[in-house]
Write a protein that binds this ligand. Structure first.
Ligand code: SAH
Length: 204
């Protein structure tokens, strides 16, 4: 997976490649899908959601430019897989999902893997998690109509937000870097995610 799906397709941050190699993706998928755990695709999880394609998780992590000392906010815990990858790349991860059942499932897997630096929150992540802000980096794993203002506000100066933005054909994975009150915007790649359902996302 690391060589064929990631390195060959532009992931070159060695810390990201090592984290992707270390986290067992099969632990985060249902038993009947374990044979496809390293497939080059998203896979279904509970609540009609999906565990992201490995390349997308790696591309998001690479764009966040993590060195190991950061406080990271993740919106869209889902299975907990991407949180486990972020946990190896940063100091501490706050991960929020609107589905309590997913959050509970993710907590169990993270505990079984002895990953202790991920804090799970249930709620509307389109509003961020203001109580723990500001964040050095924010990863949003669900497509928003536009960069959610609350997430931009909860970044430190110089902080990075990666978020898929809805567009006519495909969604566009987008990086926003804070420079004072301005945000430098860069498109990473077309992608497809489930919608961000919430106050600063889409209505359900
Ligand atoms: N990163 C996950 C995949 C997440 S799929 C993994 O690796 O498994 C996107 C997730 O975003 C879903 O679990 C969905 O419940 C969640 N989501 C959608 N809108 C949300 C919102 N407003 N706040 C928090 N989570 C949200």
């Amino acid at each position: 997976m690391v060589e064929r799906q990631l390195r060959a397709r532009g992931i070159e941050d060695e810390r990201v490649l090592a984290a992707m190699a270390a986290v067992p993706r099969e632990a985060f998928v249902e038993e009947n899908l374990r044979g496809r755990a390293y497939a080059d695709s998203a896979l279904p999880i509970a609540e009609e959601q999906t565990i992201s394609q490995p390349w997308i998780v790696a591309a998001i992590c690479q764009a966040l430019e993590l060195g190991g000392s950061e406080l990271v906010l993740e919106v869209g815990t889902g299975s907990g897989y991407s949180a486990a990858v972020l946990a190896r790349l940063a100091d501490h991860v706050v991960s929020v999902d609107r589905h309590e059942a997913l959050s509970r499932g993710a907590a169990e897997v993270l505990r079984s893997l002895a990953i202790g630096n991920v804090e799970l929150v249930v709620g509307d992540g389109s509003l961020g998690v203001p109580g723990r802000a500001p964040y050095d980096a924010i990863a949003c794993h669900a497509t928003a109509p536009a960069p959610p203002p609350a997430l931009l506000e909860q970044l430190v100066d110089g902080g990075r937000l990666v978020v898929p933005i809805a567009a006519e054909k495909a969604d566009m994975l987008t990086l926003l870097r804070r420079d004072g009150e301005r945000f430098e915007r860069q498109e990473i790649a077309p992608c497809r995610f489930v919608p961000l359902i919430g106050e600063e996302g889409f209505s359900s």
